[in-house]
Design a protein around this ligand. Structure first.
Ligand code: SAH
Length: 258
């Protein structure tokens, strides 16, 4: 099988792994599913015919006709998933998303999906094991970072199972993991998502500094907010970051710093 490196192509060939993903997703006839990067259709095959609407978005032009031929009812979009307008794609809400993700785009893709969690029912992805560990990390852990905070703010995350390199053709260098992300219905109130991104991005760009120093440019009153000024960014919880984001938002809108 010819594989294009620049598209992160590692095709799943292990039938047992494919079957387990199918069981984890457990589609129902009324579901709407977006598959990211169907490739030659290994995962598509497992999920096909089990849901009301099935859309696949694939960047590789050469794979489009074979996909359309093999799966007559599949709606195939030839596009870079990072350039899609997800508000349009997921119109109506309640969408499910699945894919054996191209590893080179998994972080920006996840961040983009976190922006539309109100339209999603859940997501099942194959990602590099290292990315999965980062998504599931706890504060104080080396891997706790921007992606973790955003992911855990927006979603509940479950590690489902590990997948060895030999399950793919060509084999990647690293192990993978299948994860499930379910948008939270109990999100902490957030005045402005952009402020959360600003605070998290700024804090983790200088993760070895004390948080008061790393976020100096945003001039918080640490005592009023109730976060230890000498903590390191990677010791702050999701809740702490939300407090900071809301303080920033309130100041931007001319309110009090709280
Ligand atoms: N689902 C298939 C293929 C996984 S490999 C399987 O499990 O075998 C990742 C797939 O994502 C490839 O088909 C690749 O062409 C596609 N892809 C890579 N970057 C993409 C992007 N930006 N937008 C859409 N699809 C992309």
């Amino acid at each position: 099988m010819r594989a294009r490196k620049r598209f992160g192509q590692h095709f799943l060939t292990d039938p047992a792994v494919l079957e387990r993903i199918g069981e984890a997703v457990a589609l129902s006839p009324q579901d709407k599913l977006l598959e990211i990067g169907p490739g030659h259709g290994a995962l598509t095959e497992v999920l096909y015919g089990q849901c009301g609407r099935f859309v696949g978005v694939e960047i590789d032009r050469d794979l489009i006709t074979p996909l359309k031929t093999r799966f007559a009812d599949l709606e195939v979009v030839n596009a870079d998933v990072l350039r899609l307008d997800f508000r349009e794609v997921f119109a109506g809400g309640g969408w499910r998303v699945a894919g054996n993700l191209p590893y080179n785009i998994s972080t920006p893709l996840l961040v983009k999906l976190f922006g539309v969690t109100d339209l999603l029912h859940d997501m099942h992805f194959m990602v590099q094991r290292e990315v999965a560990l980062r998504l599931c990390a706890s504060p104080g852990n080396k891997t706790w970072g921007r992606l973790t905070v955003l992911a855990q703010y927006h979603c509940r995350i479950e590690a489902l199972f590990d997948v060895p390199p030999e399950s793919f053709n060509p084999s990647p260098k690293v192990w993978s993991q299948v994860i499930r992300l379910t948008p939270r219905t109990d999100k902490l109130p957030l005045a402005d998502p952009v402020c959360l991104d600003t605070v998290v991005r700024t804090a983790f760009s200088q993760r070895r500094k004390r948080v008061s120093n790393a976020l100096k440019s945003l001039t918080f009153d640490w005592e009023v907010i109730g976060i230890a000024a000498d903590a390191r960014p990677d010791q702050l919880s999701v809740e702490d970051f939300v407090k900071l984001a809301n303080a920033l938002a309130s100041r931007k809108s001319g309110g009090n710093d709280k």
